[in-house]
Design a protein around this ligand. Sequence first.
Ligand SMILES: NC(=O)c1ccc[n+]([C@@H]2O[C@H](COP(=O)([O-])OP(=O)(O)OC[C@H]3O[C@@H](n4cnc5c(N)ncnc54)[C@H](O)[C@@H]3O)[C@@H](O)[C@H]2O)c1
Length: 356
Amino acid sequence: MSAPLRVGVVGLGIGRAHVWAYQQLPGEFEVVAVCDTDPARAAFVRSRQNVPRTCGGFDELIAIDSRDVVSVCTPPHLHLEQCRAALATGRHVVCEKPLVGSLADVDTLADAERSSAGRLMPIFQYRFGAGIQKLRHLVARGVTGRAYLSTVETAWSRSGDYYAAPWRGRWDTERGGVLLSHATHAHDLLSFIVGPVASVYARTTTRVNPIETEDCAAAALEMTDGSVATSSATLGSHVEISRLRFCFENLTAESSLAPYAPGAEPWTFTARDDVAQEAIDETLAGFDPGSEGYVGQFARFAAALAEGTELPVTLADARASLELVTALYHSSETGLPASLPLGTDHPKYRSWLPDR
Ligand SMILES: NC(=O)c1ccc[n+]([C@@H]2O[C@H](COP(=O)([O-])OP(=O)(O)OC[C@H]3O[C@@H](n4cnc5c(N)ncnc54)[C@H](O)[C@@H]3O)[C@@H](O)[C@H]2O)c1
């Protein structure tokens, strides 16, 4: 068995969850350093999560020898340069969503990955919930039949404390609002199950908080398989829920309402008839959905690196998610539907930020 991969984590908000998840996999990973420009945060994580070393700046982190993996958990406007710099040293990179702030930037990162010995894995940890893994297994085995209608809802609550972090709620630093930062999870799960999006019509507005970016959105989507979907998203829901509902030919699949575990159990699969029920039961008997959340994504990451296989979340997945974001913003801004894929000559290819 090879030695654990040595990990450095930069950005210690959600980065603390990365540290914890790597530490659940001691055979695969060893967190050797954490980095944050806020020394108190770095010192807190060092002592509470038992990490040997802290660094005050990113350059210091990637100057240390022998970091095999860098987990980038800083605010979105820093992702592109930090991912590029880490890839340039030959390290593997794990990067939080949203990966970068435009389709052009994703393509720049893809070039950087191609010329590096390291590989880049974007985060979409909700894919590894046991419920959504079961549904994906049923789809892959042809048990669900054709998709008809999918409904995804992201009804969360964000207010003043959340926006106290100066990078949030601003186009230049967060790069988007509820569509980019929050509904992105539900949209990734939609495509994980039903496949790519063909066209969108979206309306967005800012009504909940005094911020630049949108905090409410509604969208109608047509998928490339011909099925249709709706997405609604707000940061002003006093009851927080995430809900995913997929109506297929042979079954209807529903998530729980848990806001921050949309892929996790309990999910319900209601069969069209007894024959469909038997197919579901047979297909799921003995199916092991694997570990969940960040631990699930990191465990699969380690296995893919060891075996040289496709990463559990790919740059193409992140690109698809950001292409959808671009189309949603474009539709909302023009008041017209937007068709995907978007070419490099699309007016929003270099930036989806509003024309101001
Ligand atoms: N996948 C998820 O479920 C999930 C959840 C929360 C956040 N996120 C994403 O994670 C990223 C960070 O969000 P957050 O909520 O943790 O933000 P945060 O503001 O809580 O934490 C960011 C940290 O980065 C540090 N930082 C800023 N600039 C730095 C630099 N140049 N070098 C080193 N450290 C620096 C800050 O001091 C801060 O501690 C965002 O992209 C966000 O969308 C993902």
